[in-house]
Design a binder for this molecule. Sequence first.
Ligand code: OAD
Length: 247
Amino acid sequence: MDKGCENINTDLAQLSDLLHNSKYAVVLTGAGMSTESGVPDFRSKEGWWNKINPATVASTSALEHNYDLFRDFYQYRIKALSQCKPNTGHKILAEWEAKGLIKCVITQNVDGFHKAAGSKNVYELHGSINSIRCDSCGKETDVQNFMDNADCPVCKGKLRPGVVLFGESLPEDAWSKAIEEIRKADLIIVIGSSLTVSPVNHLPFITKGKKVLINLDNTDLDSEFDLIIHGKAADTLNKLNGIMKTD
Ligand code: OAD
């Protein structure tokens, strides 16, 4: 066994112990959770924000002044997402919740994959790309209307996905619930986030419990964690699940 392999096995064994011994474990996920489903993240080499400036497509200003491009961007993402599905990692987290090993998943992802995989306690801090509403009157409508370039059937306002745009606040309910859960937690496992976007990147540090990060690349906050596992989310969770079952 090479040294790298030995290290990762020790780290996984440590995380398995932490999970078994915790009474209130919570998980916080970012875009890296879904790349193994084929959904691009934002800041990796192939990520969205290396191809396109978020201000031009994912901001309140884009919605107001550049609606055609805004709509093209989200239509493209909704269509691409319909070809993807939750991966093993999402499913393992759902199984862990059902077994009582974790209490909830707090996510920055808008793809809905945690719920689709069967997780019940999910707090979507950046909203959901598949819930379409009118930006003027707030009335929810079918995704297909947005895909067909329709206006709001009620007031003719602009349709938009229920995601948090740059320049908007996070949904209050999900945010306050996430804070409540993390305050109660004795273990937080962050998976697949660059931890560059505020306010979510502050969340791991309000726990009094242990902090673990599973991420492919280094982040600027690595030194704040008790344990870091550099690896792919689904692959790492799958290996960890194997260890947990034999423990
Ligand atoms: P980022 O794209 O900023 O970071 C994704 C992180 O996941 C990177 O550090 C990658 O190294 C890592 N990663 C990629 N694939 C992985 C894999 N298979 N396993 C483990 N790690 C992997 O995404 P977020 O941190 O989620 O907001 O970005 C936060 C927010 O920025 C997003 O929710 C989005 C974006 O602007 C809005 O659109 C409001």
